[in-house]
Ligand binder design. Structure first.
Ligand SMILES: Cc1ncc(C[n+]2csc(CCOP(=O)(O)OP(=O)(O)O)c2C)c(N)n1
Ligand code: SF4
Ligand SMILES: [Mg+2]
Length: 310
């Protein structure tokens, strides 16, 4: 995608919203809307992105936008997309419209998973983008099933007795891929062209598509707001957040750092939610987290290698 051209396009999520400085969520949403020239209808699950862009009587959205409950963004878009198909068939709508959903990890990995799974199984034509900031941020940094091993949250805080969350994060992209969906991918705003290409592909794919995007949250992760893009890059360079796509069951690894892979500690040490892991007595947590990151990356890589010549 030509980045110069991108700079001349109309921004469809306006500035002046109330998301925290350095929050990745509006960057993810704004770029997604820039990646396509189609008219788009957006459904937004409750969460930081929704709450902070639509404080009554204002809205930052320059596209038709629907707020639904926390748990049913995919069900909402299914209904809208079905109505569109009927109206189009009747000749009452002439233009092509795309349907896009934004949901946080709480609204996607946990509470809206049944609604997303069902919408995918029914085969609705939409792209669902999960901005994964790895906790329920809007309500005060509570742990979700996306929260990584060893991170401190308000409901699972690091204490002298327990160094943060002791369960590994759910691999939602793989769960969605197991639906044999036309398009599923993982992305990061640290790899801009890759992200834009994935949004375009997801929207243009016929049927359901899903993209999981790592979404640094300066407030919850206790990170420097000016480093959001760098941290998004680090997620990939440490293999914490592999970039891959699954197109009709064909797996492709989009980036392999190989020998340049950075140690997970590079990712950990820039985030206050992991600061307890810098203590020598918690080295075992870092080692265990590193081993799991390596193991999961190898599984994805092996799967992609199997599909290479398909
Ligand atoms: C059924 C229901 N339960 C709880 C809430 C309260 N609630 C609103 S937003 C939110 C957290 C959302 O977390 P996530 O989806 O990860 O988005 P984020 O705030 O992190 O952007 C919760 C628990 C709600 N609105 N509806
Ligand atoms: S709490 Fe986190 S996710 Fe929510 S607006 Fe602030 S930085 Fe963004
Ligand atoms: Mg969240």
């Amino acid at each position: 995608m030509n980045l110069k051209e991108l700079g001349n396009k109309k921004i469809r999520l306006s500035p002046g919203h109330r998301l925290c400085p350095g929050c990745a969520a509006p960057i993810i949403a704004k770029l997604a809307l820039l990646a396509t020239d189609y008219d788009v209808v957006v459904a937004n699950a409750t969460g930081c992105l929704e709450v902070s862009t639509t404080i009554y009587p204002y809205t930052a959205w320059r596209v038709p936008w629907i707020h639904n409950a926390f748990e049913n963004a995919a069900a909402t878009i299914s209904g809208v997309e079905t109505a569109y198909r009927v109206l189009k068939k009747q000749g009452k709508i002439k233009k092509d419209i795309k349907f896009l959903v934004f949901g946080g990890d709480g609204g996607t990995y946990d509470i809206g998973l049944q609604s997303l799974s069902a919408a995918i199984e029914r085969g609705h034509d939409f792209l669902y983008i999960c901005y994964d900031n790895e906790a329920y941020m809007n309500t005060g940094i509570q742990r979700s099933s996306a929260t990584p091993f060893g991170a401190s949250t308000t409901t699972d805080p690091a204490t002298d007795k327990k160094p943060g969350k002791m369960e590994f994060r759910k691999d939602l992209t793989e769960v969605i891929a197991a639906h044999h969906i036309p398009y599923a991918a993982q992305a990061s705003i640290g790899f801009l062209n890759d992200y834009l290409m994935k949004v375009k592909k997801g929207l243009e794919t016929k049927g359901p598509a899903f993209i999981n995007v790592i979404s640094p949250c300066p407030l919850g992760w206790k990170t420097d707001p000016s480093k959001t893009v760098e941290i998004s890059k680090l997620a990939v360079e440490t293999n914490f957040w592999p970039l891959f796509e699954v197109e009709h069951d064909k797996w492709t690894l989009n980036y392999d750092p190989g020998e340049n892979k950075k140690p997970l500690m590079e990712w950990i040490k820039v985030q206050g939610r992991y600061k307890h892991l810098l203590k020598p007595e918690n080295k075992w947590v870092v080692d265990k987290a590193q081993a799991e990151v390596d193991r999961r990356f190898e599984l994805i890589k092996r799967r992609c290698e199997l599909d290479k010549d398909q």
